[in-house]
Design a protein around this ligand. Structure first.
Ligand SMILES: [Zn+2]
Length: 677
C-alpha cells in the first residue's frame, strides 16, 4: 500500500487501475496485467472499502457483484424512444430502401447526396439503454416496448465489459447496445448447469434475457454476459457528425464495439457485406440473425426522420429463417380469457436453428385450415430469430400421400369445462361460451396480475391457480378481499410472503387508469389502446357512456374494433367487475399518479403542423410521459403551442392569446433538460 496517501486517494487509484484493466481485457481483448494481479488489486480495494465503508461508491469495481437484490423490476421511461427497424430480406429490397431515402431527400431539396452506410452485425441478444451522468453509469434499462423499459441497472453492473465510469464524458450520455451471451460461454454455462442437475437454457438469447431480468444481481454475476455498444443516444454536451464517428468515440471511451462493423459507400458494397456475414454466420462465436444498415451522417438521419415507429435511415437485413421438417403429432386447443379456442401444434421434437422445438403456434382455425396441416403427417416448421416457432405447411412429400388423415377440427366441447363450444357467424374463433369456465377465469385472473396489468408481485400463474382451486378468487375483484387467515394455510404462501403479497395487492390500487383499463381484459384493448382510451375519455364514466362512434375517434381504433370494445363494455360481467374494483379504490380516472412529477407536469400543450422528426403520435406520447397533457384546441389555458411545418389556424389563435409558441427542438429540450436526474 502506498504510504502517505489517504484511504480515499488509495481507493481512487485502485479503481482507476481496475477500470483500465477491465477495459483492456474486455473491450480491447488485450490484457496488460495477469488475472492474479487483477484479483490482488480487487482484494486490496475490497479490504480498503471494508475498513472505510463510506468510500464505497456505486461505480466501484467491487460493486459489480455486490449489489443487493431488488424486489421487482421498475418500469422506466426512455429519454428517447428506442425505435424498431424495418426489415429487408433481399438485395432488391435494400435497393428499394435506398431509392425511397433518396426520393425523400430529393423532396427535402437534397439532390443525389453521397451516402455513407455503417453496416453492423445484428447480434441476437437484448437491446439495452445505458445512461451516464457526468461519466458515471446511472441507469440501465431494457428496450421494453420501445418507450418504457425495465430498470436492470443492478444486473448490468455485473457485466464486466460495461464501463461504470468513463473519462471525458459529457454531462448526459445515453449509450445503446446489445447484451448477449457468446456461444462458447453459453455452452459452458449449460454444461455446468447440466452437471449440477439444473435445467439448461434453450439458446443464448434466452439465457441472456433471463439473466438480465433477474432480481438478484448475484445470479447475473455468475453468468457470463457480454455487451456491444452500437449507438450514442441522447446526449448533452457531445457533438458528433456521423454514426461512424460515434462508434469510434464509444470505442475510445472504453465501450466494446463489434470489430466487424464496416463503413461502406455504395449499395453494392453494403449488399456484399450483408451476404458475406450470412454465409459465415455459423462460424462466429455469437448468434446473429441479420445485419443492421444505418446512414452514417447524423444530419441526413435527422432530415430523413421516421415514419411511425420506423426510422427512414436504418434497416435490418434479416437472414433467411431456419426451417426443419418434423411430424405433427397432434393439434391441441387453449382457451383464452374471452373464450376463444386457439390451436397449437404438438410436434415430434426437432432441432431448428440450434434449439429443440416441441410446440408451435397456429394463429387460429383459419390459419389451420389454410395451411391444411394434418396430425400424423410431416410438416415444415420455421423458427425466425426468437419468435415462437410456427408451422408453415405440410412437408412437400405429403402431396404424394394417397389418403391423407382427416383435417383437425375444433373440439365440440371445451377441453377445460366440457361446455358445448359455439362458433358465431362471421367470427374466426370457435368459443367456449361458459363465462364460468375455469380456464377462461384463470386466463383473466393471470392477465389482471400480469406485469402490464396490475403487476402484482407474488401472484404468478401457479399462485392464481391455487387461489382459484380453493375458491378464494373468482373474479379479479376478489384479490382485494383476501385475508391473512385465508392465505396462511396455503402451500406456497409462507408467512412473510403473505404479508408481502397483501401489501403488493394493496399497492396495485395506485396503478394508473390506463393500466386498470388494460388489466380488466376488455376485448381488443392492449396496453397502447388502453392508454389512448384513458387519455381520450379521461375517466371510466365517460368511456362507459361513449357510443361506438366516439370510441372510433380514439387514435388507432377503427370502427370494427370500436364496436367490439363497446359490446365488451356492455357485458354484465364487465360492468360488475368495474363497479367492484371501483369500490375497492382502484384508479378509474386519468391524470392520477405516474406522470405528476414529470418535467411537463400540469402543462397543457397543443400540436399543429408537421414536426420534422416526431410523428403526431410520438410527440403526444413523449409529452404525456413527461406529465403534460395534449389538447386538441388552443385556449387561454394552453401553456405551449408546438408548431411544425404548415401550421393551421391554431398558430394565429395562439398568437392572439399570447400562448408561447415553440418548435420541435424546443419541445425536445423541455423533455430532456428536465429529465430525471
Ligand atoms: Zn370452457
Amino acid at each position: 500500500m502506498t504510504r502517505g496517501q489517504t484511504p480515499a486517494a488509495q481507493a481512487q487509484r485502485l479503481r482507476v487501475q481496475l477500470d483500465r484493466a477491465n477495459h483492456r481485457y474486455y473491450a480491447l481483448d488485450d490484457p496488460e496485467i495477469s488475472d492474479e494481479a487483477y484479483d490482488a488489486l480487487l482484494d486490496e480495494l475490497r479490504r480498503l472499502e471494508a475498513e472505510h465503508p463510506d468510500l464505497v461508491t456505486p461505480d466501484s469495481p467491487t460493486q459489480r457483484v455486490g449489489a443487493a437484490p431488488v424486489d421487482r423490476l421498475q418500469k422506466v421511461e426512455h429519454l428517447q424512444a428506442m425505435l424498431s427497424l424495418p426489415n429487408v430480406r433481399a438485395a432488391e429490397e435494400l435497393r428499394q430502401w435506398v431509392a425511397r431515402m433518396r426520393a425523400h431527400l430529393a423532396r427535402e431539396g437534397i439532390e443525389d447526396p453521397a451516402i455513407e452506410y455503417v453496416v453492423e452485425p445484428k447480434v441476437d441478444g437484448l437491446a439495452i439503454s445505458l445512461i451516464y451522468r457526468d461519466g458515471v453509469l446511472d441507469r440501465g434499462a431494457t428496450r421494453g416496448d420501445g418507450r418504457i423499459g425495465e430498470d436492470v441497472t443492478h444486473n448490468l453492473r455485473t457485466i464486466a465489459s460495461i464501463p461504470h465510469r468513463i473519462e471525458g464524458a459529457p454531462a448526459l450520455l445515453e449509450v445503446r447496445g446489445e447484451v448477449y451471451m457468446s456461444l462458447h460461454d453459453f455452452t459452458a454455462l449449460n454444461e455446468r448447469r447440466a452437471q449440477a442437475g439444473e435445467s439448461t437454457f434453450m439458446n443464448p438469447r434466452n439465457s441472456a434475457a433471463g439473466t438480465i431480468r433477474q432480481l438478484d444481481p448475484k445470479l447475473a454475476a455468475r453468468r457470463p454476459l457480454s455487451f456491444w455498444a452500437y449507438q450514442v443516444g441522447v446526449t448533452d454536451g457531445l457533438t458528433l457528425d456521423t454514426h461512424w464517428e460515434a462508434l469510434a468515440w464509444l470505442a475510445d471511451h472504453g465501450f466494446p464495439v463489434n470489430g466487424d462493423v464496416a463503413l461502406k459507400t455504395s449499395e453494392d458494397d453494403v449488399i456484399a457485406q450483408c451476404q458475406s456475414w450470412e454465409k459465415r454466420r455459423g462460424a462466429l462465436d455469437f448468434e446473429i440473425d441479420g445485419a443492421v444498415v444505418k446512414v452514417s451522417d447524423l444530419g441526413l438521419q435527422r432530415r430523413l426522420g421516421s415514419v411511425g415507429r420506423d426510422p427512414r435511415w436504418a434497416v435490418a437485413w434479416k437472414f433467411a429463417p431456419t426451417t426443419a421438417v418434423t411430424k405433427l403429432e397432434a393439434i391441441r386447443w387453449n382457451v383464452g380469457r374471452s373464450g376463444d379456442l386457439h390451436p397449437f401444434a404438438v410436434l415430434e421434437p426437432v432441432r431448428v436453428g440450434g434449439v429443440t422445438i416441441k410446440l408451435a403456434t397456429l394463429h387460429n382455425e383459419e390459419d389451420l385450415r389454410r395451411k391444411d396441416i394434418r396430425p400424423g403427417e410431416d410438416v415444415i416448421v420455421l423458427r425466425a430469430g426468437d419468435v415462437i416457432p410456427q408451422v408453415v405447411s405440410p412437408a412437400p412429400h405429403v402431396a404424394e400421400h394417397r389418403r391423407r388423415p382427416p383435417r383437425p377440427r375444433p373440439p365440440a366441447r371445451c377441453p377445460f369445462c366440457d361446455t358445448q363450444t359455439v362458433k358465431p357467424e362471421g367470427v374466426v374463433f370457435t368459443r367456449c361460451p361458459n363465462r364460468d369456465c375455469p380456464e377462461r377465469r384463470w386466463q383473466l385472473l393471470t392477465h389482471f396480475c400480469s406485469r402490464g396489468g396490475m403487476d402484482i408481485a407474488g401472484l404468478g400463474d401457479k399462485q392464481v391457480a391455487m387461489l382459484q382451486k380453493r375458491e378464494l378468487v373468482r373474479t379479479p375483484a376478489d384479490f382485494y378481499t383476501l385475508t391473512e387467515e385465508q392465505l396462511l394455510p396455503l402451500e406456497r404462501f409462507a408467512e412473510s410472503s403473505v404479508r408481502n403479497l397483501l401489501d403488493a395487492i394493496e399497492d396495485s390500487k395506485r396503478r394508473p387508469f390506463d393500466r386498470v383499463l388494460f388489466a380488466v381484459g376488455i376485448e381488443e384493448v392492449g396496453e397502447v389502446t388502453a392508454a389512448n382510451l384513458a387519455v381520450h375519455f379521461g375517466d371510466i364514466d365517460a368511456l362507459l357512456a361513449a357510443p361506438a362512434e366516439a370510441i372510433a375517434e380514439v387514435p388507432g381504433i377503427g370502427e370494427k374494433t370500436a364496436a367490439v370494445i363497446r359490446e365488451a363494455l356492455d357485458e354484465e360481467g364487465m360492468r360488475a367487475l368495474v363497479a367492484a374494483l371501483r369500490a375497492h379504490g382502484l384508479q378509474f380516472a386519468h391524470d392520477g399518479a405516474g406522470a405528476l412529477d414529470g418535467p411537463l407536469a400540469g402543462k397543457v400543450l397543443v400540436l399543429t403542423g408537421t414536426l420534422p422528426e416526431l410523428s403526431r403520435e410520438q410527440a403526444t406520447e413523449r409529452i404525456r410521459a413527461a406529465g403534460g397533457r395534449v389538447s386538441g384546441s388552443v385556449s387561454a389555458k394552453t401553456d405551449y403551442l408546438v408548431a411544425g411545418d404548415s401550421p393551421g389556424s391554431k398558430l394565429a389563435k395562439a398568437q392572439r392569446l399570447d400562448v408561447a409558441v415553440i418548435g420541435e427542438a424546443e419541445l425536445l429540450a423541455l423533455l430532456v433538460s428536465s429529465a430525471p436526474g
